[in-house]
Design a protein. Structure first.
Length: 95
């Protein structure tokens, strides 16, 4: 079970193309885009589009445009934080 949950509107679920960069090939990845609300230090909020890698985009099929809740995990790399959906995690529609 994940400690963190992301809530927001599922905007898109897609697969990136395979490619090559600097002579190295990289595989296709499955991604989802979720529009969420981020509360600011002054109490106001803004909306952010968050793109996450998923292991099974089919879990999100039929949920586009709906509000969902999905477990997320986080890791830090230098000064940036990366969010991802843990393997086997499924979205849940919310009202």
């Amino acid at each position: 079970m994940s400690m963190l949950t992301l809530n927001g509107q599922l905007i898109n679920a897609y697969r990136t193309p395979e490619g090559e960069k600097d002579g190295k090939s990289y595989p296709s990845q499955e991604k989802v885009q979720i529009l969420g609300e981020v509360v600011l230090p002054n109490g106001e909020s803004k909306r952010d589009l968050i793109t996450l890698t998923t292991h099974n985009k089919e879990y999100f099929d039929g949920l586009e445009g709906q509000n969902i809740s999905v477990p997320v995990s986080v890791f830090a790399s230098g000064k940036s934080v990366t969010y991802f959906i843990p393997k086997g995690s499924k979205p849940v529609p919310v009202q």
